[in-house]
Design a protein around this ligand. Structure first.
Ligand code: ADP
Length: 170
């Protein structure tokens, strides 16, 4: 699998699937989530509501992932995953790693060849970006998958630099 880095907006990526740093309600939020719903249109939220009415009545648990349509986005699918809120006193790295593993598992189920990830948990959920980048890159590298391109799409220069450093570290 090829791992690539782009500084930009995840809603503009021409890939089969984009990953959303969702919250457990699946009913929308700020950051990447807000951008995806704004740009992708109401079909995505319709699918999310259906998921809430069926298998995720209690919300999507942290570290899990589920797919919906991508509406009007260039992608075919949005894979929603819920990152952990950063804690200085509890190590939640496994939950963050799980977001990437589960997103790739869902991608494989859908036959996705290219996938774009944001820096899950590194926004409102407060994860220091260097650690978030290390976990993201390390997990995607270590996960067996049929996906041929995993693209990290970083919104800020700081995040881009952190991911570049993680990628340069074997
Ligand atoms: P979380 O709640 O998991 O922290 P956020 O959406 O608040 O999720 O932030 C995750 C990361 O996504 C942050 O680094 C933020 O700068 C970045 N981000 C925000 N909007 C976009 C976008 N349109 N495309 C890609 N990344 C984005």
């Amino acid at each position: 699998m090829k791992i690539t880095l782009v500084r930009g907006d995840i809603t503009e990526q021409n890939v089969d699937a984009v990953v959303n740093a969702a919250n457990s309600s699946l009913l929308g939020g700020g950051g990447v989530d807000g951008a995806i719903h704004r740009k992708g249109g109401p079909e995505i939220l319709d699918d999310c509501r259906k998921l809430r009415a069926s298998q995720y009545a209690g919300g999507l648990p942290t570290g899990q992932a589920v797919a919906t349509t991508a509406g009007r986005l260039p992608a075919k699918w949005v894979i929603h995953t819920v990152g952990p809120v950063y804690s200085a006193t509890e190590d939640r790295s496994d939950q963050l790693a799980s977001c990437y593993r589960e997103s790739l598992r869902v991608a494989d189920e859908l036959g996705v060849e290219s996938i774009a990830f944001p820096a899950v948990s590194a926004g409102v959920y407060g994860w220091p970006v260097d650690g978030a980048a290390r976990i993201a890159v390390g997990t995607v590298r270590a996960t067996p998958t049929k996906v041929t391109e995993a693209r990290f799409v970083l919104f800020t220069q700081d995040a881009y630099d952190a991911f570049e450093h993680a990628l340069d570290t074997p």
